[in-house]
Design a binder for this molecule. Sequence first.
Ligand SMILES: Cc1cc2nc3c(=O)[nH]c(=O)nc-3n(C[C@H](O)[C@H](O)[C@H](O)COP(=O)(O)OP(=O)(O)OC[C@H]3O[C@@H](n4cnc5c(N)ncnc54)[C@H](O)[C@@H]3O)c2cc1C
Length: 447
Amino acid sequence: MNNNVDVAIAGAGIAGCLLARNLARDGHRVAVIEKSKREDAGHDWWDTIKIATFARVGMPEPEPPELMSTRHEATVYLPLETKPLTAPPRPESIHVDRKLLEQRQIRYAEEAGAELLFGAKATGPLLDGDRVAGMGVETADGQKIELRAKITIDAAGMSGALRSKMPEKFGFPRQVERKDMFVTYREIRNNTTDSRDDLLIFGKNNGVVWVNRAEAGMVDFFAGAINFPGRPEPRDIVNEMIRKTPEAGDRIMRGGYGAPIPVRHCFDSFVAPGFMLCGDSACHCSPIDGSGMASSMIAADHASKVAHAALENGDTSVAALWPYIGAYKREQGVPFVGLDAVQKFMVSEPKINLELLFTRGVLKIEEFWGSGGGAGGNKLKMLLRLIKLADRPLFVRRLIASVGIGAKLKEHYMNFPEKYDPAEFAAWVNEKQRLFAELPPAMIPPR
Ligand SMILES: Cc1cc2nc3c(=O)[nH]c(=O)nc-3n(C[C@H](O)[C@H](O)[C@H](O)COP(=O)(O)OP(=O)(O)OC[C@H]3O[C@@H](n4cnc5c(N)ncnc54)[C@H](O)[C@@H]3O)c2cc1C
């Protein structure tokens, strides 16, 4: 591998591969460091993504077997499980086989000319004065390499292999806080019947549980819970669901493990001199359910355009990389920061209120998903429906206040500073923190 490149990327995941393809296609020398072996890259389960994402980032749509089913109707319960609701089919969302998608992305990156090194770990950033000048790499056979680059990108997922080792002066959080992450477990068993029902319990243990039978011959069990002290083990929740599901066979066909997922709004800045964050490493994911494939691809699309311009102009300073942050925030950060306000509000409320919000029809499941947390953005419709909660005036007051803060946060994200000005950025961060501080504090369940 060439030890001196234009762009060095940590992580050949959803974001890293798209960055590598785009930047290599633009004529830059790109190296990607991936800790997994080539054949192990990508989860062995399927995930849900809006099909339009592929056109948005200039990738051919998946075909079978990578393309699995579309999202069909699901029975949804709220945490107290009092009344089943129905979430209508979402034909715009598909299941993709993650391993096949990842292998396709690796192929695109290599065909574009990027060099990928598998079984090698990014160990930390290389610093040259005040700028990042590459990364340390440890290869599968224990060799230590200094990989030098004009731009270094951390696309290594939530743990942020490089971000977590950046000196404090660059201002990145080293770790994602417990209250901002889901811990998960997923196990896919053989389905001994031909039933294809979908069940989702939303808000249980401040998280999500599903039993999904959309894929023929398989039952997919998932549990994710916010990492509050005293939370139950997702694996125990899945085992309980398996016990209650007679058609779940004995064979583990996929999964059988979990991985943490960030569930918070994206970080304030994703850039430093010669350095960028992309994907889960910058918390480019939905604060409600942790989905982050589409948003990581959109982030990679913006990041690669800005990195390309910076390399062409020979300027990789913070000011040159800054447009990436605003471009992402305006497209994807806006709905997600609204969802973070909703998530923090819901977690702080007694579960009965969340239950009534949906079971009395104030908010419909299909409006909630993908809407940024409002009744399809129709304030009048929402206000009229609030009459159904007339017996809970204090809850309604808190709900209206939280929705208002969510709207202000979205507007604030739209107004992210166009140009890098440290004082203006600090004022923007202060105002964002002030708005979040107005939300009720997250409830910590007793141990
Ligand atoms: C159980 C589960 C279910 C999910 N379901 C969905 C879903 O249905 N829809 C959806 O949109 N999203 C879903 N997600 C989230 C989605 O997987 C992530 O948001 C997305 O993969 C983020 O892409 P990324 O490129 O940032 O990180 P990743 O895709 O995780 O890629 C990071 C890469 O970096 C590598 N790496 C890590 N550390 C190092 C290191 N030190 N050196 C070198 N390489 C390193 C990793 O091996 C990995 O290949 C789910 C996540 C989980 C855990």
